[in-house]
Design a protein around this ligand. Structure first.
Ligand SMILES: Nc1nc2c(ncn2[C@@H]2O[C@H](COP(=O)(O)OP(=O)(O)O)[C@@H](O)[C@H]2O)c(=O)[nH]1
Ligand SMILES: [Mg+2]
Length: 427
């Protein structure tokens, strides 16, 4: 359910806003694996202290709750602890507000130690102020990350002192983690393939694109960690370059301020990416403003899109645009540094996108041409394991290969093959 304040709930454009916000909330709900059985927009004329929305609406939704018997009702607004409790009573259903929903998502997605601590911190701060019956149940049911483990929520409520102590401890740990962050990042095992990270607003189509690009790809099965982490999957590009595609939570409109640090922490993984892909909803009314937000946050994270690493902009959902606009955008797709217009649903433009990924990845590598004697089967095997074979021709003298090699592997390569190299060039 989305609650639309009256200040906004007037006029046709505003209706569209409310629809968009409801769509976003539904997307966020789906992101934590819940199935949405019903949704509605509730206009808010005067906020009611006890229940936020008016008693007529509370009754109406109580009827919906009896009809659909949901596990949880999500109110896309901030509820005070009292309002949450009253609504839970009126609807005989667990109630999550917007902050709780977003925290659930961040909790599932935070992977780095700093990320987990940031989310735990935000979660505990939130919990300290309210009854958490609904939530803890939800976590248990979905096998979520269950911050406090064993103790029941009544105990959590009655012992705020414990939460306070834990918060203080997290704060100290966070300071420690921040100090050593640089060292950890260097030490972290590099994924054996380049990583391509999808960023952008919620609902831009990141997950749809992620699934579409990796769906028919057998490589997903080859990679051990792919099965461990559902947001990373293998991807084989048109000429055979292998990469890992990584999905992210994405930006959320009107993010509650107390969640900003936790949100950033979920983007930590992006810092490691070799290519950053900004997925935009080209049909969205606020598409340009969203782009500015995304670039700003990336900048604040220390990522200079297009400067320190390749950056690709995707204008997604072009199937929703007028045919002439769509075909105009598709025509412009070939331009070297321009955006790629695409539709994750119809598949339009995705071939161009994959080609761009490959160009960006192989272009950053060092190229070698070399001649390997036919007898050097071991050398050939090494090459196929560690380099991208761009071209191969079998000649009488041996096998002539053109390779692209990751800069970090060049030393190893050079010492093994110094006598075989014919030419070397960048890019
Ligand atoms: N028409 C259309 N809908 C799309 C496209 N890509 C995604 N969607 C829809 O947009 C909504 C949000 O997509 P999702 O992938 O969950 O976005 P995410 O939040 O960025 O991961 C879903 O309802 C998708 O079906 C597209 O190219 N065209
Ligand atoms: Mg998604």
């Amino acid at each position: 359910m989305h609650v639309e304040p009256k200040a906004r709930a007037a006029g046709a454009r505003i209706d569209r806003d409310a629809e968009m916000r409801l769509a976003e909330a539904i997307g966020l709900t789906a992101a934590i694996g819940l199935k949405v059985v019903a949704s509605k927009i509730v206009p808010l004329v005067h906020p009611t202290p006890a229940t936020l929305i008016g008693s007529g609406k509370v009754d109406e939704i109580a009827g919906d709750a009896r009809a659909f018997e949901p596990e949880v009702i999500i109110v896309n607004a901030q509820l005070s602890p009292v309002q949450q409790r009253n609504l839970e009573k009126a609807w005989s259903t667990k109630v999550l507000d917007r902050t709780a929903l977003i925290l659930e998502i961040f909790g599932e997605r935070a992977r780095t130690r700093e990320g987990r601590l940031q989310v735990e911190f935000a979660h505990l701060t939130y919990q300290r102020s309210r009854l958490v019956r609904s939530w803890t149940h939800l976590e248990r049911q979905r096998g979520g990350f269950g911050f406090l483990g064993g103790p029941g929520e009544t105990q959590i409520e009655t012992d705020r002192r414990l939460i306070g102590e834990r918060l203080a401890k997290i704060r100290r740990e966070l300071e420690g983690v921040k100090r050593t962050r640089g060292i950890q990042r260097q030490a972290r095992r590099r994924v054996p393939f380049p990583v391509i990270a999808l960023v952008g607003y919620t609902n831009a189509g990141k997950s749809t694109l992620f699934n579409k690009l990796t769906a028919s790809d057998v490589m997903a099965k080859d990679l051990l960690f792919a099965t461990l982490d559902p947001t990373m999957r293998g991807l084989k590009l048109p000429k055979g370059t292998k990469a890992i595609l990584s999905d992210t939570v994405g930006f959320i409109a009107d993010l509650p301020v107390e969640l900003v640090a936790a949100f950033r922490a979920t983007l930590e993984e992006v810092l490691e990416a070799d290519i950053i892909v900004h997925v935009r909803d080209a049909s969205h009314a606020e598409s340009s403003a969203q782009k500015v937000d995304v670039l700003k946050v990336l900048h604040e994270l220390g990522i200079e899109a297009g400067v320190d690493r390749p950056f690709v902009e995707v204008l997604n959902k072009i199937d929703l645009l007028a045919p002439d606009v769509r075909s105009g955008l598709l025509l412009a797709n070939g331009r070297p540094d321009g955006p790629i217009a695409a539709s994750a649903v119809t598949g339009d433009g995705l071939d161009k996108l994959l080609t761009r990924f490959e160009e960006e990845l192989t272009g950053a590598n060092i190229r070698f041409r070399l001649m390997l004697p036919h007898a050097d089967g071991e050398g050939l095997a090494w090459v196929y394991r560690h380099a991208q074979v761009l071209k191969r021709s079998d000649k009488a003298k041996g096998v002539e290969l053109t390779l692209a090699i990751n800069p970090q592997d060049v030393d190893r390569f050079s010492s093994r093959f110094s006598t075989n190299v014919l030419t070397k060039s960048a890019g």
